[in-house]
Design a protein around this ligand. Structure first.
Ligand SMILES: *[C@@H]1O[C@H](CO)[C@@H](O)[C@H](O)[C@H]1NC(C)=O
Ligand SMILES: *[C@@H]1O[C@H](CO)[C@@H](O)[C@H](O)[C@H]1NC(C)=O
Ligand SMILES: *[C@@H]1O[C@H](CO)[C@@H](O)[C@H](O)[C@H]1NC(C)=O
Ligand SMILES: *[C@@H]1O[C@H](CO)[C@@H](O)[C@H](O)[C@H]1NC(C)=O
Length: 294
């Protein structure tokens, strides 16, 4: 009977002790601390003296953080997590073994195991950590050429987003989008994609919208762009033709003026040659008159 009572007591305490992860999946955001929740049944009778908390990676059992003998025990901590982890020590008494990681990066993605034991029992719970970075405000550049307008948007974030360009009537436009992974991080990946998306409009007027959706972080960007310049009646090709025609006319006019000047000079010279003798002509005419007079 005694044995049965002891067994019953043991079973009830075991059944009474529970570790839970309130969020099975946590999304860590670049630039913000990652909070991995883990709660357990507290033991109000004993202090923290019997409490052992261990956070580990499921994939390879790396120790992320551990706490026992009433303090953090980091001798066995994986160097990957050095100086980046902490528990909320004042919360431990309330049965809260939540872990904080900061700064957080792409390599922190994965499964985490929270194991807790105290006088009441031992249990564990698992948390999955995802990683994302909000896309920066897209930077727009516009390239105008004779026959088209090119719009280019650039932004950085993680993971790869869904990018679409829409026309005036909501139709999907064909674009050119490329991603480059920023390979400057500790394990070869910084956790950022460099995005370049361009749309070429065949006309000199456009009214489109650029959209970017980062599904992991529920980030939705919509940037409308509306541009009109010149008009098809003043397209570049016609302009250059008009300019070249104008140039030819200028040259012709110039030549005409030169010819005119040359002609004028010649006529003046001829006029001079005729009028020079007539300068003494008054004399000769006088002589002539004298000769004519009887
Ligand atoms: C952790 O911090 C300590 C002191 O704050 C420093 O000496 C040590 O180099 C740091 N370790 C890492 C891996 O950054
Ligand atoms: C556990 O502690 C964290 C950090 O202080 C807090 O955000 C969270 O709400 C706590 N959980 C509970 C159940 O109190
Ligand atoms: C615009 O066109 C020029 C010349 O073709 C090119 O050098 C430049 O990179 C283009 N810029 C964009 C934003 O497309
Ligand atoms: C361009 O020319 C067309 C006819 O060829 C005319 O209907 C239209 O109004 C003109 N647009 C502008 C901006 O002058």
């Amino acid at each position: 009977m005694d044995c049965f009572m002891i067994l019953l007591a043991f079973l009830t305490t075991c059944a009474g002790f529970k570790v839970t992860a309130p969020a099975g999946r946590v999304v860590a955001v670049r630039g913000q601390p990652a909070i991995l929740g883990c709660e357990f049944t507290p033991d109000p009778t004993s202090d923290l003296s019997s409490l052992v908390v261990t956070w580990q990676r499921v994939e390879d059992s790396r120790v992320v953080h551990s706490f026992y003998f009433q303090r953090d025990q980091l001798d066995l901590q994986s160097p990957d997590y050095r100086n980046r982890t902490s528990l909320f020590v004042s919360e431990l008494r309330k049965g809260n073994a939540t872990l904080r990681i900061e700064p957080v990066g792409l390599r922190d993605r994965g499964e985490y195991l929270c194991t807790v034991s105290n006088n009441k029992g031992t249990d564990k719970a698992q948390v999955q950590l995802e990683y994302g970075a909000f896309y920066t405000e897209p930077r727009l550049s516009v390239n105008v050429s004779c026959s088209s307008i090119t719009l280019l948007y650039e932004a950085e974030g993680f993971p790869k987003p869904e990018v679409r360009w829409f026309g005036e009537h909501g139709e999907v436009l064909s674009d050119h989008t490329e991603f480059r992974e920023d390979a400057a991080g500790a394990d070869g990946a910084m956790g950022l994609y460099y995005l370049k998306s361009s749309y070429v409009s065949p006309s000199s007027s456009l009214n489109v919208a650029f959209t970017l959706k980062n599904q992991l972080l529920n980030q939705d960007l919509l940037r409308p762009v509306s541009i009109t310049y010149g008009g098809e009646n003043h397209s570049c090709g016609e302009n250059t033709r008009a300019i070249s025609v104008l140039c030819v006319l200028c040259v012709l006019l110039f030549l005409f003026i030169i010819v005119l000047i040359v002609l004028l000079i010649k006529m003046q010279r001829r006029a001079c040659r005729h009028s020079k003798p007539s300068a003494n002509g008054t004399v000769s005419r006088k002589k002539e008159l004298e000769r004519l007079s009887p």
